[in-house]
Design a protein around this ligand. Structure first.
Ligand code: XLS
Ligand code: NI
Ligand code: NI
Length: 438
């Protein structure tokens, strides 16, 4: 087999005190946490677009990433070689899943048919490599934001012909996701939003988006694709306002258009931050609606304010994320996809490994901390106790819908001023911190 990363041995677990450069200190794939091994709790995925296709450019400078396996051309040969390099990377990192956009893996051709032919050629290699390594597709998606035709959006474009192109692209991306046994399919509305309301018919665009998603659901049934459909909220960037702005907006949109039963959400940390929410808030809003599907595990740079897609190295945040994942009973089709890129300064191939090791160890530690916090139980016990008054007869009658405002009036008049108690936030933060260990 070709060695694309000759300097890197498969990454092994070496224990929390190891100081070697290329080892896991916290992620031990077969180690049981409660009822499942770590790898099943975490279901790590690498993002093809960042790992293989991100040149690490920024608005002021060209790409710096060294990719010796890539000749820089748009040839199918190059695309196939890149795919082989990617699977060698997954194998050496011990990552079981991956995600891609159609245009990451294969170049766009001259017209729909030529693009589909290109994609089919590379998908053959992906299928072969999946069989060879045992890696699986966590989700596929279509890139509906890079090509200039999508300048005004894809399914929310003002031009019906562009809507048709988007439909053709999604149809094919679903076909190949299905053929590769994908566990899910993501809709991220890259340019489904607006830059100015002066030129926008928002109602019409939103109705078109809903129609587009209904067509996708119909097609899903037609081809027998059983994977999950996810919407990925993001409030802005590249557009000034994106329709899928946060979890609550997505859930409202899905409900309003009779789509909720067909979709769950793929929540990304950096997008939550851009929306002005804590990641845990977005996860909890989704979970409460039974719609927490998958996670794009990255982290932002709060003092910058755009989607910097950093690798997640924040233990506290990873613990919060894993508390939500455990609270929903674990992932089913979803997983933790590192939708993350190295910094422009980390341009060597081995930095790809460092970056993923950071993310994997961070989430392994987060998983262990979350499981320990739940087992110890004092935070959950505090919350139950905090709401215990609702377990009274009055609380029961209110929650079940029996009590009226007049009942409340009678009760409040008879009891005098209620005694309030402390929320103990700082005490709870101290308890939480006891479990954080890198
Ligand atoms: C961009 C999004 C994108 C989606 C997939 O901000 O995170 O990468 O995950 O289209
Ligand atoms: Ni994402
Ligand atoms: Ni993003």
């Amino acid at each position: 087999m070709t060695e694309f990363f000759p300097d890197v041995e498969p990454i092994r677990f070496a224990g929390p005190d190891a100081t070697d450069e290329m080892v896991f200190r916290r992620y031990e794939r077969d180690r049981m946490v409660d009822d499942k091994p770590m790898c099943e709790h975490l279901r790590f995925a690498s993002a093809y677009w960042h790992t293989m296709r991100n040149p690490l450019s920024d608005p002021f400078g060209v790409g710096t990433a060294q990719m010796p396996w890539d000749d820089g051309s748009d040839s199918i040969d190059n695309a196939c070689r890149r795919a082989r390099a990617f699977f060698e990377f997954l194998e050496k990192c011990g990552i079981d899943h991956y995600c891609f956009h159609d245009r990451d893996v294969a170049p766009e051709g001259d017209g729909v048919v030529a693009s589909e032919r290109n994609l089919d050629a590379v998908v053959e290699v992906l299928a072969e490599e999946q069989a060879r390594t045992g890696a699986n597709l966590l989700w596929g998606t279509a890139c509906l934001f890079t090509h200039p035709r999508y300048v005004h959006g894809a399914s929310t474009s003002c031009l019906v012909d562009v809507f048709a192109h988007a439909g053709a692209q999604v149809r094919k991306a679903m076909d190949v996701t299905h053929a590769l046994g994908g566990a899910g399919y993501v809709f991220w509305g890259g340019r489904e939003g607006y830059s100015s309301l002066l030129n926008t018919d928002m109602k019409r665009e939103l109705d078109h988006l809903a129609r587009f998603l209904h067509m996708a659901v119909e097609y899903k049934h037609q081809i027998g694709f059983k994977g999950a459909f996810y919407i990925e909220p993001k409030p802005k960037e590249p557009t000034t306002h994106q329709y899928d702005s946060d979890a609550a907006a997505c859930l409202n949109f899905l409900r309003e258009h009779d789509l909720l039963e067909h979709f769950s959400l793929n929540i990304e940390t950096n997008h939550a931050e851009l929306a002005g929410h804590a990641m845990r808030h977005e996860l909890q809003v989704s979970r409460m609606a039974g719609a927490l599907g998958s996670i794009d595990a990255n982290i932002g740079t709060p003092n910058l304010g755009w989607d910097t897609d950093c690798f997640p190295g924040n233990l506290y945040l990873a613990t919060e994320v894993m508390l939500e994942v455990l609270a929903m009973g674990g992932f089913t089709t979803g997983g933790l996809n590192f939708d993350a890129k190295r910094r422009r300064e980390s341009f060597e191939p081995r930095d790809l490994f460092h970056a993923h090791i950071l993310g994997m160890d961070t989430f392994a530690a987060g998983l262990e901390a979350a499981a320990a916090i739940i087992a110890e139980g004092s935070i959950d016990a505090f919350i139950s106790e905090r709401y215990a008054s609702w377990d009274s007869e009055l609380g029961r009658r209110i929650e079940s819908g029996e009590a009226t405002l007049s009942d409340l009036h009678a009760h409040a008049s008879s009891i005098g001023e209620p005694a309030v108690v402390s929320g103990r936030q700082e005490r709870l933060e101290s308890i939480f911190n006891r479990f954080i260990r890198g």
